[in-house]
Design a protein around this ligand. Structure first.
Ligand code: GDP
Ligand code: MG
Length: 391
């Protein structure tokens, strides 16, 4: 029998963000190595983190990019997004659940366009706490590294984070992976900072259960399994739950619950889980659906929003948008087309923050304060927040 999950420490969800090649995956592997060497958790090598999703067909797997580890005081689920497009998608989908983020910046290269875009997105989707891993410190000139640190603090401040206070730790993921003691200590210092600076969030564990569905799998002989992070509430084996959004509404019963391959009786907001559902065929549920306590959510098609359109140098559009513009909206794990109405203002330019009314092509659960991204042709052009739900 599998060993059951025992909750001995607070659980937090964190992740690495930052420009491609600045060392996110190397750092993730280094963290697991440093902790494994002190006896907490197992080492996950680079090529196990950076692998392709098709390779992960084994059992109830949570998410390709997740690794778990423990410090003395916490249990972490850590997500490392494989590439920029995945990052943007995961940021919007999983990211509402990130309690904190490690911004990885290469001390050799400094702030790059994706560094800026990730910070902006983190802010929009509500990542409240960021710490900085100033990586490749082994290979960078110390004076340049000082300048890069200033540049990062300015970027964070410009996005509404406390740029002066945020801990910046100089690390070398690569040297720590190689077992170099000084740089191993730098990874410990980074973990200490994460433990101290990222607070255990107030989980809405008493609210009605809600889980945005990330993945759907069929486990032969058992049935349909959905995975995702619980946004709020709690769920127990035996609970009834409703599948809704995108035109679906059906009731099921949760007949199995696991986290990182370990069975559990009940799961709480913040947990990354796999749920086995009774009587639901794989074709009846998909990524983007919501699984919720029966009767606890309503679906909507129209809302007003405040939207920041990315500037061209942050990867945004070169031209403005007008009423009638129909991009894709990424809300929780849902990806749905929507039409924008800019009212009397008529147009909005890249770099602007604008109020708009949106009509989605399909009804989805919506609520005030929900963050979302706007994408077009595979790239993110804006990020926003629901201000008011209409109908
Ligand atoms: P990602 O795209 O942000 O996940 O970056 P990777 O982890 O794949 O690393 C990109 C490249 O930078 C690889 O060639 C790594 O070996 C190298 N690299 C990563 N961390 C360090 C570091 O701390 N020091 C040095 N010198 N190189 C590093
Ligand atoms: Mg990577």
């Amino acid at each position: 029998a599998k060993q059951a999950y025992v909750r001995t420490k607070p659980h937090l969800n964190i992740g690495t963000m930052g420009h491609v090649d600045h060392g996110k995956t190397t750092l993730t592997a280094a963290i697991t190595k440093v902790l494994a060497d002190t006896g907490s958790g197992s080492f996950v090598p680079f090529d196990r983190i950076d692998r392709a999703p098709e390779e992960i067909a084994r059992g109830i797997t949570i998410n390709i990019a997740h690794v778990e580890y423990e410090t003395a005081s916490r249990h972490y689920a850590h997500v490392d997004m494989p590439g920029h497009a995945d990052y943007v998608k995961n940021m919007i989908t999983g990211a509402a659940q990130l309690d904190g983020a490690i911004l990885v910046v290469s001390a050799q290269d400094g702030v790059m366009p994706q560094t800026a875009e990730h910070v902006l997105l983190a802010r929009h989707v509500g990542v409240r706490h960021v710490v900085v891993a100033l990586n490749k410190a082994d290979a960078a000139d110390p004076e340049i590294t000082d300048l890069v640190e200033l540049e990062i603090r300015e970027l964070l401040a410009a996005n509404g984070y406390p740029g002066d206070e945020i801990p910046v730790v100089r690390v070398s993921g690569l040297r720590a992976l190689a077992g170099d003691p000084a740089w191993t200590a730098s990874i410990r210092a980074l973990l200490d900072v994460v433990d101290r600076y990222v607070p255990v969030p107030d989980r809405y564990t008493t609210a009605p259960f809600l889980l945005p569905v990330e993945n759907v799998l069929t486990i032969t002989g058992r049935g349909t399994v959905v995975t995702g992070a619980i946004e709020r509430g709690a769920v127990r084996v035996g609970d009834r739950a409703e599948v809704c959004g995108l035109g679906t509404r059906l009731t099921t019963v949760v007949t199995g619950l696991e986290t990182f391959g370990k069975p559990m009786d009940s799961a709480l907001a913040g947990d990354n889980v796999a749920l086995l559902l009774r009587g639901v065929h794989r074709t009846q549920i998909r990524r983007g659906n919501i699984l919720a306590a029966p009767g606890s959510v309503t679906v909507h098609e129209r809302f007003t929003a405040r939207v920041h359109l990315l500037a061209p140098d942050a990867g945004g559009r070169r031209t403005g948008i007008a009423s009638g513009y129909r991009p894709q909206f990424y809300l929780r794990t849902t990806d749905v087309v929507g039409e924008v109405d800019l009212g009397d203002v008529g147009i909005a330019l890249p770099g602007d923050t604008a109020e708009m009314t949106v009509r989605l092509g399909k009804p989805v659960p919506l609520e005030n304060g929900l963050g979302f991204a706007i994408r077009e042709g595979g790239r993110t052009v804006g990020a926003g927040t629901v201000v008011a739900v209409l109908d």
